[in-house]
Design a protein around this ligand. Structure first.
Ligand code: ARG
Length: 587
């Protein structure tokens, strides 16, 4: 099902073509003067300019053709040749009914037959997840939901950081502490214990200590480097320890992301592509794609169109170690082999942009990316009130877990202030507070333009008024409660009809859902969905204020209005779900 807006554009394109004008000028958009018209087509101006004629005359001819189409209730020319358009109410309601009965609610299915790998989350093994990984998780999860809804086959991959120096640091620190000597015994032939010698809490304590020891003592750093190299070369005891780090971390991370409603299809990491690295390098060498530079093996990626310096991608350092770029390149090889994707989307901090530019160029130069378009969807930082990256009160990096607890506590305060959920059972109140706290956090993040930084503001994010998650959750809960009461009273729910300007506005907003989903996909921009759903809730609120619903005595009118409530709720819930936000059953 094509969206109303797309259908209007198609009609206008035909009109331009029939007048011997380039069809692409028949582009229709939502009117920026909703007081004058619902839609507008501005193509007569550039078309006339190109044909060297009078724009008004062109607009007249196009308008005459559009007027013969019963779909339009109004076709008017404004100013120098803008064409203002209104669609007939019966067309709007017919389309609304079709959308209401479509299982996807009219979502554009442009992704059908295409595969996208979405790389997000990107936490690091043994280090606690912090708010720096929060944006990646929240934005990436929204994109995976959106792409799926638009018909894509999506494979999400957490791509854990599990292969760097931090592994060697952990191993040596554990060695020094003598916690698990068996893993260091070169004569031991296995099998190693199934039980991990360290817990996630242990790792969270051991890693900072290990990192500090390496900073303070160059010999310790050298030892950690050596252990990393031994691990990567496959030393069995180190490999067994690493398996434990990975399993313990995965367990903790899965729980944390799970509590945010975020799930990954693949739990791969940098280490998983290790077997692919040597053959990849051999192949690149044989094809003369790599060059030696100061003892290192690199892929030059600069282009003569570059305005800024573009350093080569380093594959192997002079000491033989491989780097972040090497594993990312091998991961492309792996993904092409396993998923053969049309798109690989990396939802990673904007500050890693140069890294991805280098990796993408190297992959394309070497022809490693198959049919995949490689794209970095970067994002800005979440800052504290001081404009610097968000920290705890003590000045440390805030852990995601603590952040969720803080949001939940604040949400509870807000519920209490508003007298909501007051006499519900305690478990239900806790559950509502958690949903509201997480909804507040996600919406605050996603409503910003992806690339911009934003300031964490607990008070503002959790308010029930304004452009917030809780406002939208409450809007949905309110409609749920209307529908519940209607059901209790045995009221029928019918197809929406348009009898008032508020109803017409609401219907138009509902019909714009496919366009919002398409635009959000095209720009990898959940904020377009956030904007859309906020406008929907406000439009509903005006409709609700102006009309009787439950108190309407005309049964068919009441049924039609209840139908509009139901459809609004379906759309609201769907878009909140695309943002990863849950709606409580009641508040
Ligand atoms: N682990 C990395 C970090 O914490 C992010 C990984 C992003 N994904 C990738 N394919 N490089 O910065």
């Amino acid at each position: 099902m094509s969206s109303l807006l797309n259908e209007l554009s198609a009609i206008a394109r035909d009109a331009f073509a029939a007048e011997g004008l380039p069809p692409e000028f028949g582009f229709v958009q939502v009117s920026d003067r909703p007081d004058l018209a619902q839609f507008q087509c501005n193509g007569a101006l550039p078309a006339a300019k190109q044909a060297k004629t009078n724009p008004r005359a062109v607009a007249e001819k196009i308008a005459a053709r559009l007027r013969s189409n019963p779909l339009f209730a109004k076709v008017e020319i404004a100013g120098p040749g803008f064409i203002n358009l209104d669609v007939a109410d019966d067309v709007l309601t017919r389309r609304t009914a079709t959308q209401a009965h479509d299982a996807q609610l009219g979502a554009p299915q442009d992704g059908k037959g295409k595969t996208a790998v979405i790389d997000f989350g990107g936490a690091n093994v043994a280090k606690p997840m912090h708010v720096g990984h929060l944006r990646s998780s929240v934005i990436g999860d929204s994109l995976q939901r959106l792409f799926r809804a638009n018909g894509w086959h999506v494979v999400s991959d957490v791509h854990l950081g599990d292969w760097g120096l931090q592994m060697g640091q952990l191993i040596t620190e554990i060695g020094h502490r003598g916690i698990a000597p068996i893993y260091f015994d070169a004569n031991f032939t296995g099998p190693y214990p199934k039980e991990s010698p360290v817990t996630m809490d242990d790792l969270e304590e051991i890693y900072p200590a290990a990192s500090a020891a390496c900073k303070a003592n160059p010999a310790r750093l050298e030892e950690a480097r050596k252990a990393t190299a031994d691990l990567q070369a496959g030393r069995p005891g180190y490999r067994a320890l690493w398996e434990h780090f990975f399993a313990v971390s995965r367990f903790g991370l899965e729980r944390e992301w799970g509590s945010l409603g975020i799930h990954f299809d693949l739990w791969k990491g940098e280490a998983s592509v290790e077997p692919l690295i040597a053959p990849m390098i051999a192949d690149l060498k044989a094809r003369h794609i790599t060059v030696e530079s100061e003892g290192a093996l690199v892929i030059p990626v600069e282009r003569n169109t570059d305005k800024k310096e573009m350093p080569p991608l380093i594959l192997v350092k002079s000491d033989g170690a491989v780097l972040y770029g090497t594993t990312d390149l091998a991961t492309i090889v792996d993904r092409v082999k396993e998923q053969n994707p049309d798109l690989v989307l990396y939802v990673v901090d904007q500050r890693q942009h140069l890294h991805f530019e280098q990796v993408f160029r190297a992959a394309e130069k070497a022809g490693l990316n198959g049919k995949a378009h490689l794209e970095h969807a970067g994002f800005g930082t979440m800052n504290g009130p001081d404009g610097k990256p968000f920290k705890t009160r003590a000045g440390g990096v805030m852990k995601l877990y603590d952040l969720i607890a803080m949001m939940t506590a604040e949400a509870m305060t807000r519920l209490n202030e508003a007298g909501l959920a007051a006499d519900y059972p305690p478990e239900e109140r806790d559950d509502i507070a958690k949903k509201v706290g997480i909804g507040a956090l996600k919406f605050a993040d996603l409503s910003n333009q992806r690339q911009s930084d934003y300031i964490f503001d607990l008070q503002r994010f959790t308010r029930f008024e304004g452009k917030t998650g809780p406002y939208l959750q409450y809007a949905a809960v309110r409609i749920q409660s209307i529908l519940r009461k209607a059901q209790e009273q045995g009221f029928a729910i019918g197809e929406p009809v348009i009898r008032s300007p508020e109803e017409r506005k609401l219907v138009l907003q509902i019909l714009a859902l496919p366009d919002a989903m398409a635009a959000a996909e095209a720009k990898r921009a959940p904020n377009i969905l956030a904007e859309y759903v906020f406008e929907l809730a406000q439009t509903f609120s005006r409709f609700y204020a102006e009309h009787h619903i439950m108190s309407e005595t005309d049964g068919s009118l009441r049924a039609a209005r209840l139908g509009l409530c139901k459809l609004t709720l379906d759309v609201l819930t769907k878009v909140l779900d695309l943002l990863g936000i849950e709606v409580p059953a009641r508040m």
